[in-house]
Ligand binder design. Structure first.
Ligand SMILES: [Zn+2]
Length: 190
């Protein structure tokens, strides 16, 4: 870390879930569907990750769900990803988030390093990530995810969120009808 502030990393605990959902809704996807599915995953012990604290305040987090989980059910791509991941132990990125006022301090790369170690510790060999592609085609988070391992599968789906509103999802960029796309990737962390 290049910053001088007091940074601490902890495991995400069940009592963190409400706060994480609030950030998720604020910066990623809005809508009750997200909160409900994260709470369900946490309750079933399928949710884990690393949280960064700066001066005891949540500055960011990197979380995962066990297995292959897309933002909303999309059987066609779930099947493709399952085939591509073969018999590996694979988990999915739920969110990598740095609260705006804590950005530009290298926190995301530090979270990525620690998240990779956590995956290895858990015996996870690959992870899947649905990387946000903005309507202008930019994919800001691509580099950081790909820094965690070897890309085994990569598929850009420009209209990935076209059915998201049917699940009540709201995009912070587009609003109700989301024109963003997703880059689906499987990364080998070994
Ligand atoms: Zn959008």
């Amino acid at each position: 870390m290049t910053c001088t502030e007091n940074v601490e990393f902890t495991e995400i605990l069940p009592e963190d879930i409400d706060e994480l959902i609030r950030y998720y809704e604020q910066y990623l996807n809005g809508g009750d569907f997200i909160g409900t599915s994260i709470r369900k995953a946490a309750k079933e012990n399928r949710y884990y990750g690393i949280k960064a604290l700066i001066n005891n305040e949540t500055a960011g987090y990197f979380s995962f769900q066990k297995g292959i989980v897309l933002t909303y059910p999309y059987p066609k791509y779930e099947e493709e990803l399952r085939i591509a991941s073969k018999d590996s132990v694979i988990d999915t990125v739920d969110a990598l988030m740095v609260i705006p006022r804590f950005r530009r301090k290298g926190l995301a790369s530090e979270l990525a390093k620690r998240a990779r170690k956590e995956l290895i510790k858990r015996g996870v060999t690959q992870y899947m990530v649905e990387i946000w592609m903005y309507p202008d085609g930019s994919i800001p988070a691509k580099k950081i995810y790909e820094s965690m391992g070897r890309v085994l599968y990569s598929k850009a789906v420009p209209d990935f969120y076209k059915y998201a509103h049917e699940y009540g999802l709201v995009c912070p960029v587009c609003g109700k009808i989301c024109k963003c796309g997703a880059l689906l990737e499987i990364i080998d962390v070994n």
